[in-house]
Design a protein around this ligand. Structure first.
Ligand code: 5BU
Length: 277
């Protein structure tokens, strides 16, 4: 697989999307493919996490609708940390409606995601109209179109997900035909992805030893609510992950900062092995 053997630097040069080039260059220069999922319910906790893991990540992934105290001030402080530590912010909103509605959800409402999130996630289910909706929103906002992009959710990590077969192929095809606004794909495998610029983001990553209490039998690779986990090595070498998403493996660690450093090292080592000639 040529794409997977190509370094992030040369893929950045081949990219036709400004944000995917930016991500690939950031990953290459900071030498980290780690994305931390900040699934915490309080903004102070999220900011504390961002400051602790900031040096070791390329993307900080949020779910702002799960916060009990979201505010504009929180967004400004998070953006400040993103600047200090040099990471991008992804709101994992998983938009899934018609273009017009997605446009309102993106650029209006109490979160105004278009205003601050470098990247957002989007389900492929509505078809290309959802991408046009997000672009339309940006054209009428103060954010620059070239400073924003989306990731298409092509394949989920959860048990018995419906994102299989022809849906999965069509979702990848949607991403590949809309690189004007698509920087990457959320998936569990690189099968079917050919564009060198598209960045594969893979959630469901955890080392066995970080699954508190579950490591005793060493076999539990699920969270009891359908999430399924693979190791950092496995997702990079066998599944084609460019960027790996780690949530609870880091947020539940005694030291999130030490855990992030460890995941960064494991992931980078696997990437170097993958591109080695
Ligand atoms: P975890 O704590 O490492 O299980 O968190 C995983 C994160 O990735 C969480 O924020 C999910 O919303 C997100 N995720 C996922 O787990 N699986 C998917 O297929 C997609 C997103 Br898309």
């Amino acid at each position: 697989e040529e794409r997977l053997k190509t370094t992030f630097e040369s893929r950045a040069e081949k990219s036709s999307n400004a944000m995917s080039a930016k991500i690939l260059r950031l990953v290459a220069s900071k030498r980290t493919t780690l994305c931390v999922a900040a699934d915490l319910s309080n903004t102070d906790k999220v900011l504390e996490l961002a400051n602790a893991v900031g040096p070791y990540i390329c993307i900080f992934k949020t779910h702002v609708d799960a916060l009990e105290d979201f505010s504009k001030k929180f967004v400004q402080e998070l953006q400040q940390l993103a600047k200090v530590h040099n990471f991008l912010i992804m709101e994992d909103r998983k938009f899934g409606d018609i273009g017009h509605t997605a446009s309102l959800q993106y650029g209006a409402g109490c979160f105004n995601i278009a205003d601050w999130a470098d990247l957002v996630t989007v389900h492929a289910i509505p078809g290309p109209g959802i991408i046009d909706g997000l672009i339309n929103c940006l054209e009428n906002s103060k954010s620059q179109l070239s400073d924003r992009a989306c990731f298409i959710v092509a394949e989920m990590s959860s048990k018995d997900t419906l994102t299989t077969g022809s849906y999965l192929s069509a979702a990848i095809k949607l991403a590949e035909t809309r690189e004007d606004f698509v920087a990457g794909i959320v998936s569990q495998s690189a099968t079917g992805i050919s564009s060198p610029g598209l960045v594969q983001l893979t959630p469901g990553v955890r080392t066995i030893s970080s699954q508190n209490g579950k490591e005793r039998n060493g076999t539990s690779r699920e969270d009891g609510l359908g999430q399924q986990y693979n190791s950092p090595d496995h997702v990079v070498l066998e599944r084609g992950a460019d960027i790996a998403v780690v949530g609870r493996g880091i947020t539940e660690a005694d030291s999130p900062s030490d855990a992030a450093k460890l995941y960064r090292d494991l992931l980078w080592k696997a990437y170097e092995e993958r591109v080695a000639v």
